[in-house]
Structures are given as C-alpha cells and as structure tokens.
Design a binder for this molecule. Sequence first.
Ligand code: PLP
Length: 416
Amino acid sequence: MIYLDNAASTAVHPEVVKEMIPYFDTQYGNPSSIHQFGRKAKNAIEEARKQVAALIGAEPDEILFTSGGTESNNTILYAHRTRPTLHPQGEVQKNHIITSSIEHDAILQPCKKLTITANNRGGGMPTTKITQLPVDEHGMVNPDDITNFITNTGGQYHGYNTVLVSIMFANNEVGTIQPIKKISEICKENNIAFHTDAVQAVGKVSINVKELGVDFLSISSHKINGPKGVGALFIRKDRMVGQFFNELPYIRGGGQENGLRSGTENVASIVGFGKACEIAKERLSENISHFKKLHSSMLSRVVKEISHVKLNGHPEKRIFNNIHLTFMGVNGEDLIIKLDEHGIAASTGSACSIHTQKASHVLKAMGFNHEQITGSLRMSFGYLNTLDEVDQTIDVLKKVVSELRSVSPYKTKYNF
Ligand code: PLP
C-alpha cells in the first residue's frame, strides 16, 4: 500500500505511541487529583503544553487544549458572535466576521450557523454578519480586500463592527499559503482580532506566532503524526482579557484548562500530541526538504508523461506535502477507486466534505469549471513516503488515467 492522503490524517509516530502508553496502563490518574498519580498526569499535560507552544513560538500559557482543529475553529468563531452582553450599555453590539470562501467546513459551517441565529434563545436578535472573501485562480486571498471590507472603514454592513478576521494558513485541498503576516498587520492597524486555521500548515512551514502577530491559531494533532481527537487553540496573552475572552468557556464544569474548557483532560492524547509537536519541530527543515523532493519529482514526471494535466494551487506559495492536479477528461472519484485497486490511497480533496457529497467549494471559488473540478486529485505526502513510491504512483497513474480516458465522454474533445 502507498498512503498519499496525509492531509486527511497521518500515521501516529512510533515515538508518540511509546510516549502515550504509560498514560493508559500505569499513569492513569486524574490530573485534578492531589495524589502522585494526579500530579504526574498534570505534569505530563504541562510538559505537552510547552512542546506545543515551542512548535509555534508561543508561551505555554497561551495554549488551550481542544479536541482538534474543528473545535478550535468553532470556539473562536462563537466567541466573536453577536451577543447582547457585549455592549457596555447593555445594547446589542452587532458583530461582523471576515473569512474567505476557501476555508475548511470547520470554519464555513459555524459561520453559516451564526448568520442564522444570534444565540440559542433566538427571537428577533440581530445575527452575525459574515463576509467570505473571494480568491484568485491560485486560491489566494487579496489582503486589500480585507481593508475594503472592514465595515468601520466604509464597508457594506452599516451598524456592524468587524471584530474578527479568520483566514486559513494553508488550504487543505490545493495547498496554497495565504499572506498571513500581511493580513495580520492589516488587522492590527484596524484593531481587529486575527485568527488563522493552521491545521494544514503546522509541521509543513516554519510558524512563529510572535513574528506573524496572529491572535488565535488552530492546530490539529492527527495531521502531524499525533493521535486523533486532540488539538489546540493558541490564544495570544493580551487577548486573554475582555469581552471575547469572557465568551470562551462554553463547556462549563470542573474548570480545567484555566476555566476555558471543562472536562477531565484526554491525558494520553495530549501527551502524544505534545511529543508529535516536539518531533515536528526537530525535523521541520528535514521534512520540508523531503516534501519538496517528492513534490518536484512527482510534478516533473506527471507533466512529462501525462497529457492534459494541470497543477492547482499556487506554484510556490504552497505547502509542498500537497500536490493537487486536474486530469482533463477524467472523473477524480473514478481515479481514486482505480488507484485504490492498485493499493494507492489518494483523495479528491477534503475528506470531510465526502459526507456532504458536494462539489469542491474551494475549486469553485478559484473559478474552475465543472470538468476541472471533477477531474481533480489530491495526493499528500508524509515523512514515511519515498521517491520510490512516487515513481510507482506515476506508473500506475499513467495506466489508470489512460484507461479512464479511453472511455471518457471527452475522448473526442481532447483527441485522447
Ligand atoms: N481545518 C483544516 C484546514 C483541516 O484540513 C481540517 C481537517 O481536515 C480541520 C480544520 C479539522 O481538524 P480536525 O480533524 O482536527 O477537527
């Protein structure tokens, strides 16, 4: 088997597994307990917090453990929704959030919900306004659009305050990296909080939250060789006060995670996540150059040996563990099934949107037509993939693309 779906999930690193095991069989104490078992578990969580923080240049007390990227994203969006309690005079402060049209569903779906209901009491409350910025043909946001859309500086939603910009770091389908620093500067100039969903970028590019100036950043463990169901939200220290911070504890109970997220901590997974971050930091440059080698080897062979194929996403400003291609005249899902028959695991894009059975909103936003969207294939590398696997994949790809094209409705159009 050749696994080329590391953007969906990754193998848990053996060193991570080793680190986790004691927290199942011998160190099973509750981190809130006073005895030695409890203290050991608590210390392990704090060690993991340091490891996560170190990977992104944050302070340990700026890391909130969550159940993953989805929860981190939801947390930050819900904290910035329109709420009656936010305004000092008790009136409703109407909030506006800017995001992009190519975000993961873990941003788009909560945003959609916020435009429908302002709170769970319903009944006449104004909702939250959402602006989804367009992208160019490479899937790139234009930072000038953010300035233009900020309502305080003459945008479209009269009476609404832009309180948050949430733009993803690297796209999960096509791999394009957004101009995060530039966006962060615009937000700072306008005194607006900036969140980035960095689930696909962490471990693939060097990230320093201090240099970038972001206020909030989402991370997921299972994309970086850690266990599933755990992740983190970076919250800049100076954002840990004030009205939005007060909105954060939406899971209430025993007051774990500094009161921000109650519930007995998932100790073993947090420990594994911490170790995965430590490994990702140590091997970052090694992994990046490995991904670049695999990427360029695959791309050069594909364009030489297969006709009517196009690389999607930005050619340079991208994560190199992702290669997203359109094979004209081929249905991407048929391609995936054929590749799977040959023991190769790839994807059309987002594993998550398979549940919604809809055409990729990312490719649509990039201006792709129906044929280009359906002919798309994403292959995503992990540290375990080899050049030999890339070669084997190309050999199979050539064969299956040609088989599918021989029965394609576009056969005459392209003269296959
Ligand atoms: N954000 C992006 C960009 C993703 O690619 C994913 C997962 O595919 C998520 C968020 C969701 O992360 P999790 O699976 O940890 O909830």
